[in-house]
Ligand binder design. Structure first.
Ligand code: SF4
Ligand code: SF4
Length: 247
């Protein structure tokens, strides 16, 4: 699908922290070039004056869905958008919002008091459970270069390449010390989709898997290594489910 330049781009936020939007807003070095080819609509973080446009070429969607009113807004957005792109872990899998799981009622009550348990909400769901998603950008938050590459590709009527290697490969490229092998740390790098340049292991922090599962991930072997390192089954499950995805 090819659009006339400037493309009409909207950003809609659902249940999320706005970190994904900030990633695009923080692309200062590319703003001049972007402003020549992109026209912003429905982007409340940038300006409340951008309004609710009738027609959108590309809708970027951040956050998970947690209420009927959010679903209604998402469906209306899908109807008017030429392309819909889910951005960030919350939109792709439910993200860290899913962590409360069975403790949801207790969490709602402890944060909002009794009225919290009566609100019309449901457990966080990813965007693709409700509408067709044309493209996904992973990460918590996503990488700036992936947002910019996606916009550039759309301007040329296509999509960017898909990342198919695991975070471990980026560690090797960067010559990082392996936290899994050398420290027996619970690093999810072997089964996580690359693209972040092994950001966390690069500073000595085990990968949490925020970019989702890479194709052909060998989860069984990683679990075996985690068991051997002394992690309990529950610890491993919590770690694997942290970003809302059971492998
Ligand atoms: S530190 Fe983690 S991501 Fe890096 S090579 Fe080791 S297991 Fe892979
Ligand atoms: S290293 Fe893992 S947790 Fe850190 S940004 Fe990359 S994918 Fe996300």
């Amino acid at each position: 699908m090819k659009f006339k330049t400037p493309i009409k781009l909207a950003w809609h936020r659902f249940t999320s922290c706005s970190g994904c939007q900030l990633t695009l807003v923080n692309c200062e070095a590319s703003m001049t070039a972007l402003s020549a080819v992109v026209e912003l609509h429905d982007f409340a973080l940038v300006s409340s004056a951008l309004g609710n446009s009738e027609v959108i070429d590309v809708a970027l969607v951040e956050g998970s869905l947690t209420s009927p009113s959010e679903v209604k807004r998402l469906l209306a957005l899908r109807r008017k958008a030429g392309l819909l792109v889910a951005v960030g872990a919350c939109a792709l899998t439910g993200g860290v919002n899913v962590m409360v799981k069975g403790e949801r009622r207790r969490a709602m009550e402890s944060i909002y008091g009794k009225p919290g348990t009566e609100w019309d909400t449901f457990p966080p769901q990813p965007v693709h459970h409700f509408v067709k998603v044309d493209w996904q950008i992973p990460g918590c938050p996503p990488e700036q270069h992936e947002l910019l590459e996606m916009i550039a590709a759309i301007l040329h009527g296509g999509w960017p390449g898909r990342q198919v290697m695991p975070v471990c490969m980026e560690c090797r490229i960067n010559e990082n010390r392996c936290l899994l092998e050398e420290d027996h740390a619970p690093c999810l790098g072997p089964i996580t989709r690359a693209g972040c340049h092994a950001l966390c292991p690069g500073i000595g922090v085990p990968c949490e898997g925020c970019r989702g599962v890479v194709a052909e991930a060998n989860q069984d072997e990683l679990c075996r290594l985690f068991f051997a390192a002394g992690l309990s089954e529950q610890d491993i499950r919590h770690r694997l489910e942290r970003f809302g995805e059971v492998l």
